[in-house]
Design a protein around this ligand. Structure first.
Ligand SMILES: [Zn+2]
Length: 332
């Protein structure tokens, strides 16, 4: 298991991964909202492993549910269930591996896993998902192809003061340090799954900028928007969407006062531009608990919350996690 050392946030700084801005033209937002379809193209497939593992798996009543197709940037769920206790489950996805929590529900032993891809880096095509269940000391291996489909995320053009797009030289070292701290935070994979769906909305305000927007700042293509901007007056409370541990609280060049929560099994949420963080590193927060106040610190043009979700280091769209239960997300 990778664990993130306490206190690193106080020593180091990082750069946020996307450029966060309050939405500036209302009409553009409406166009964007209209253009984005929230439906996914994932169809659940449930099956036993192929070949030598198949018969053994049938006896153990091992069933793996995975999507066949997903849009880039969209989170999805994988669920392995067994009729008897599993010693261990291993999941391999996009060069990362981890062992998810196993829970018991209705006499079934269940490993529920959240996965996703990052709109910045993922390419269209098939990715292999491997799930290994160890039962009575024996390995049962499932291999699945998941097709990644590129969604046409809208383009957003912005004109901004030059220093907001290209940071001055004297800030480069700080930005590099910010990046290191964030990378370490996003590599955290803690063994206990604490997240449940749906997530609680961190701020009640409307969405002002969606995930995936392709941003062109002062005619230069920049990274797509890899989070969800929620409107809120300065000082509006920000709530934890799920139970988790505070793993990083820091002031970063782009993200301003920022906060990272670890919800277990590789799911991390992040909160940028806060006026203030109300929790400390190492603290456990419950779903719905107040963790900070909306602000406009860092490179933000106005008060709002930039909310990000990382799954095994892939920055995914937070919005489906507000709208779905485990059942509806698995059924897509
Ligand atoms: Zn943002």
């Amino acid at each position: 298991m990778l664990r993130f050392p306490q206190g690193i946030g106080e020593r180091t700084r990082k750069a946020m991964t996307g450029f966060c801005l309050k939405t500036f033209i209302k009409s553009m937002t409406l166009t964007v909202l209209a253009a984005l379809s929230l439906t996914t193209v994932a169809f659940a497939q449930e099956a036993a492993p192929k070949g030598a593992d198949a018969q053994k798996s049938a006896e153990l009543q091992l069933v793996l549910a995975t999507p066949k197709e997903v849009y880039d940037g969209q989170p999805f769920l994988v669920r392995l269930t067994a009729g008897q206790p599993m010693d261990k489950v291993m999941v391999y996805w996009l060069d990362r591996e981890f062992s998810p929590s196993i829970t018991v529900w209705n006499n079934r032993h269940v490993a529920l896993v959240m996965l996703g891809t990052d709109v910045l880096t993922i390419k269209a095509g098939e990715q292999e998902l491997v799930v290994v269940a160890i039962v009575n000391g024996e390995r049962n291996t499932f291999k699945r192809k998941v097709r990644i489909i590129k969604r046409k995320y809208p383009t957003q053009r912005l004109t901004l003061p030059k220093k907001m797009v290209s940071p001055p030289k004297e800030e480069h070292e700080r930005i590099a340090n910010d990046r290191k701290a964030v990378k370490a935070a996003l590599e955290t994979i803690s063994p206990q799954r604490r997240w449940l769906l749906p997530f609680e909305r961190p701020v009640s305000g409307v969405v002002s900028s969606r995930y995936g927007l392709r941003r062109i700042l002062n005619d230069k293509p920049k990274n797509p928007h890899r989070g969800l901007d929620l409107q809120g007056e300065e000082g509006t409370p920000v709530k934890a969407p799920a139970t988790g541990e505070v793993i990083l609280v820091d002031d970063h060049y782009y993200a301003g006062n920022s906060l990272y929560l670890d919800h277990g099994n590789g799911v991390i949420t992040m909160y940028f531009h806060l006026a203030q963080a109300l929790v400390e590193e190492g603290q456990i927060v419950r779903r719905g608990e107040k963790i900070g106040l909306v602000g406009k610190t860092g490179r933000a043009t106005g008060a709002h919350l930039h909310w990000g979700v990382s799954v095994l280091g892939q920055l995914v769209d937070p919005e489906p996690l507000l709208e779905n239960t485990v059942g509806t997300l698995l059924a897509q």
